[in-house]
Write a protein that binds this ligand. Structure first.
Ligand code: NAD
Length: 343
């Protein structure tokens, strides 16, 4: 009797120690992103690959957070295992000096996501703005998420292009690099250079921009190993990208909106739209804030561009109100499937 009681006690202790170990393992995986991305699987699922079959099944049944927008924390978990902020500062059309200031003001105001590109010619300025914010103690490197893009003329020399962007930004890794445009002649080759850079620790996540047809996206995915973490396409209330967003969701790939406010020269068209303006008035917010809030609630990461200190602050002040389901429906209804840009 006594012996069997001791046996039962030992069994209980062994099982609870094993459970603690699994929990600690899962927690570590959550805080330390995997270096080799495993698309469509949460890091937690990955951490138990070699555990007992029953335990593995139980954990795999738990819902994955990949692709779920957390508007409280302002982040989404990418299929690469890294968290990405939902709202960032865009740097298109900014000089090096403007980019430095915009990035610095944005980081000071609470932004943690920065979007630039080799072709914008301001990676040096972006790097300076980041360094200023770090030096002044507003952020650490680990707290921010930097995106840049490989331009099409670099696609034959992807490895060198990645190193050159790292140099200009003054960083030893880039959080996300994306191919700037679809270019069937050599975009697979360029993407494979980014895959090598992920292996080398130079890039954390990789993705695409300006792929507007599901077949074109699939062409790239089929020919490569790492599923894109993100697709950045022109997206705003008049071009809501619904079909592409649904298509890429099956890969755990998230959508990011460029021209989130319509882009230079077009913003007033969206700001003065009757539906947008009346919802803005109802909330005591600006049209820009309503559009940005719509992006986040619709499941689009947004990167509004600006060199104006007040606009940069205004665009980040969207976490204190919520659009109702009815308002979201009204905004969905103004989609025209029309792009402002022709590239
Ligand atoms: P946007 O839709 O963010 O609009 C920018 C315009 O809006 C600017 O004229 C700015 O002065 C104005 N603006 C910003 N905030 C405002 C506010 N609160 N009130 C009034 N006006 C305001 O267009 P964008 O900057 O071209 O796009 C966003 C980002 O997307 C770019 O900065 C860039 O990082 C990225 N982008 C990517 C591609 C691509 O091909 N992948 C193309 C274009 C842009």
């Amino acid at each position: 009797m006594k012996n069997s009681l001791i046996t039962v006690l030992i069994l209980i202790m062994t099982l609870s120690m094993a459970a603690c170990g699994a929990q600690a393992n899962a927690k570590q995986e959550q805080t330390e992103p995997a270096l080799t991305p495993k698309p469509l699987e949460s890091p937690i699922v990955e951490s138990v690959k070699n555990e007992e079959e029953t335990e593995k099944m139980a954990i795999e049944e738990a819902p994955t957070d990949v692709g779920r927008f957390d508007l409280e924390k302002g982040v989404v978990l990418l299929n690469s295992g890294y968290e990405m902020p939902l709202l960032g500062i865009g740097c298109f059309m900014l000089s090096n000096e403007q980019a430095e200031n915009s990035v610095y003001w944005a980081l000071r105001d609470g932004y943690r996501l920065i979007d630039t590109a080799r072709i914008y010619g301001n990676e040096v300025g972006v790097g300076r703005g980041i360094q200023r914010a770090i030096n002044e103690g507003f952020v650490t490197r680990e707290e921010i998420f930097v995106t840049t893009k490989m331009w099409t003329s670099d696609f034959d020399n992807g490895d060198a292009a990645i190193d050159a962007s790292l140099d200009r930004l003054g960083l030893d890794y880039i959080d996300l690099m994306i191919l700037h445009h679809s270019q069937p002649r050599n975009d697979v080759q360029a993407y494979q250079a980014m895959e090598r850079a992920v292996e080398a620790g130079k890039l954390h996540s990789i993705g695409l921009s300006n792929y507007y047809e599901p077949e074109d996206f699939d062409r790239l995915v089929t020919a490569t190993s790492i599923v894109p973490a993100l697709l950045q396409n022109e997206t705003h209330p008049y071009h809501q990208s619904t079909e592409m967003k649904e298509h890429i969701a099956q890969y755990g790939t998230v959508l990011e909106s460029w021209f989130p406010l319509g882009g230079r020269g077009n913003t007033q068209i969206l700001f003065n739209d009757d539906t947008i303006a009346s919802i803005a008035a109802a909330h005591g917010k600006t049209s820009a804030q309503v559009i940005l809030r719509w992006h986040l609630q619709a499941g689009n990461i947004a990167i509004p561009g600006s060199s104006n200190e007040a606009h940069i602050a205004e665009n980040f002040d969207i976490f204190d109100f919520t659009l109702s389901d009815g308002e979201m429906d009204e905004l969905t209804a103004i989609d025209r499937d029309e792009r402002f840009a022709d590239y």
